[in-house]
Ligand binder design. Sequence first.
Ligand code: FES
Length: 105
Amino acid sequence: MSQEWVAVAKTADIEPGKMMPVTAGDKQLALYNIGGAFYASDNECTHAYAMLTDGTIDGDVIECPLHGGAFEIKTGKGLGAPIFCDLKCYPTRVSGDAVEVDVAA
Ligand code: FES
């Protein structure tokens, strides 16, 4: 399986409990820091067109700003209506002071 690690942010850019939009090639991603660990997902909600980074984090759940749909940040699992399709997630790693995302995953 191929891998394509792309540096998307510095570790200091995003505090625990926060998220930020990042781009990696042609992908618009949401990058999250949950308790000091980094997670990445597609930024666009699977329900309609909204950027999840405009929403709110509650623990390890991201809530969409448009209709209140929610996903588990660590797995992308949708947590009920109006979400019927899980969110795509990407592996992350820290290399030096950079957060990298495997966009080929
Ligand atoms: Fe996200 Fe509807 S666009 S819940």
